[in-house]
Design a protein around this ligand. Structure first.
Ligand SMILES: Cc1cc2nc3c(=O)[nH]c(=O)nc-3n(C[C@H](O)[C@H](O)[C@H](O)COP(=O)(O)OP(=O)(O)OC[C@H]3O[C@@H](n4cnc5c(N)ncnc54)[C@H](O)[C@@H]3O)c2cc1C
Length: 389
């Protein structure tokens, strides 16, 4: 028995991007199955700091990101839960006048292009907004409607909503091979998408969404799109609970830091410091020596947290592209295959909108959403031997 006619779309990857695509497609009337090798949220989406940020975004993804920000402001209307999202602002602090000049130049450049979502605040206003900030900081840029969410609430909400829209989620179901079969794609998996028994026949579908995170380059190569990808293993620190001390999410110009306080009172510290990725073992390792730099940046900025205890650290895997922008849109060499990967450390914020953009493309063949600069073609190489990672 083949599974043709059971599903219109197979989404590979049960992270937030796979779930978002599945949700929007399900609501558009498509019969969707999500094939997840481990479990929903196992990798980047479950490890994320969940910052929801337009601040300091590359202009090539800014319009898409701004639309996603609007969707975050009303996220409960999309997935029936606020996903723990609070718009308490994101602030990028300058520790000296040279870095403040860089932030000012960006705001001027953005405003010349018609963008008004970032502004500069002086040292006095910075201290009003973030009283615990170190006295040496001279100013900052701010995006007031930015914030952060709870990644696990987001995963639960997207999963629930997708299932309510008829989406079938198969966990423990890794994709091993994809082959063209007429105008369809035949997908071999580790396990039957319809149950626990070993699958005798491949799943056959006309449409495939590649949302396989750190492994998406391997899925792309299976269908003939050779896209070199690096791997990120971003690390996080979580502290013990302390009394409320900060509202916005704070980063530093020129240093790796993202610093916020959760609703539970823990400090959540990240910013892109890198552990050791291991794609074949599907895991990554924390490098404590490197993580110290994040702790140092945090205490430089907030001397009052010097004695706060760290209770947990982790790292999570995801793909990074050569230009640190994602790949969103149709495959180049595979009709009916659509990519959504390479989020390079900042894909959480884009989750609501990218699923909608892919659904536009799949359902109507076109989208008004701003994905033109994010095509697969810009990163393609001619042959697999040119792939470095
Ligand atoms: C520590 C950390 C902090 C971050 N902080 C932020 C932040 O503050 N703000 C922000 O915007 N972004 C942040 N990000 C990035 C963001 O979390 C990711 O961009 C986003 O979660 C990517 O989602 P995804 O669905 O594409 O990937 P993933 O969540 O990794 O999902 C991909 C899934 O595909 C599955 N898969 C892979 N291969 C196969 C296969 N062959 N068959 C079946 N399934 C397969 C995997 O098991 C995985 O579950 C952070 C990331 C990390 C790791």
């Amino acid at each position: 028995m083949t599974n043709r006619a059971v599903f219109d779309v197979a989404v590979i990857g049960g992270g937030l991007h796979g779930l978002s695509a599945a949700l929007h497609l399900g609501r558009a009337g498509k019969r969707v199955v999500v094939l997840e090798r481990a479990w929903v949220g196992r990798h980047a989406s479950g490890a994320s700091a969940a910052g929801v940020r337009t601040l300091n975004r590359d202009v090539r993804e800014l319009d898409l990101s701004l639309e996603s920000m609007e969707m975050w402001q009303g996220i409960a209307s999309l997935v029936g839960d606020d996903c723990g999202f609070h718009a308490r602002g994101q602030i990028c602090v300058a520790e000296d006048t040279m870095n403040l000049s860089k932030l000012e130049a960006r705001v001027v450049e953005l405003s010349a292009k018609g963008y008004t979502h970032e502004a500069i605040i002086d040292a006095k206003e910075l201290r009003r907004q973030v009283p615990a900030i170190s006295a040496h900081c001279v100013g900052a840029s701010i995006a007031v409607d930015n914030g952060a969410a709870d990644p696990h609430r987001a995963l639960a909400a997207f999963r629930r909503s997708a299932q309510a829209a008829g989406v079938v989620i198969r966990e423990g179901c890794g994709v091993r091979r994809i082959e063209r079969r007429g105008s369809d794609w035949a997908i071999d998996t580790d396990r039957s998408p319809d149950g626990p028994a070993q699958q005798a026949e491949p799943l056959v579908v006309p449409i495939v969404v590649n949302a396989a995170g750190a492994w998406a380059g391997r899925i792309a190569a299976m269908v003939g799109d050779v896209i070199p990808l690096g791997t990120k293993a971003s690390m996080m620190i979580v502290s013990e609970r302390i009394a409320p001390m900060i509202e916005p999410v704070v980063s530093i110009m020129g240093r790796s830091l993202s610093f916020k306080q959760s609703d539970q009172g823990t400090l959540v510290i990240g910013g892109g410091l890198q552990g050791v990725p291991d794609l074949d073992r599907e895991t990554s390792e924390v490098r404590m020596g490197i993580l110290c730099k994040g702790a140092r940046a945090a205490t430089d900025l907030f001397p009052c947290v010097r004695d706060v205890r760290i209770v947990r650290v982790w790292s999570g895997l995801e793909a990074k592209t050569a230009d640190m922008l994602p790949v969103i849109g149709p495959a180049v060499n595979a009709p009916g295959v659509f990519h959504s990967f390479g989020y390079s450390g900042h894909g959480f914020q884009l989750v609501p909108v990218v699923g909608a953009a892919l659904t536009d493309l799949i359902v109507s063949g076109t989208t008004r959403r701003a994905i033109a600069a994010l095509s697969a073609r810009r990163l393609m190489v001619a042959s697999p031997s040119e792939v470095s990672a």
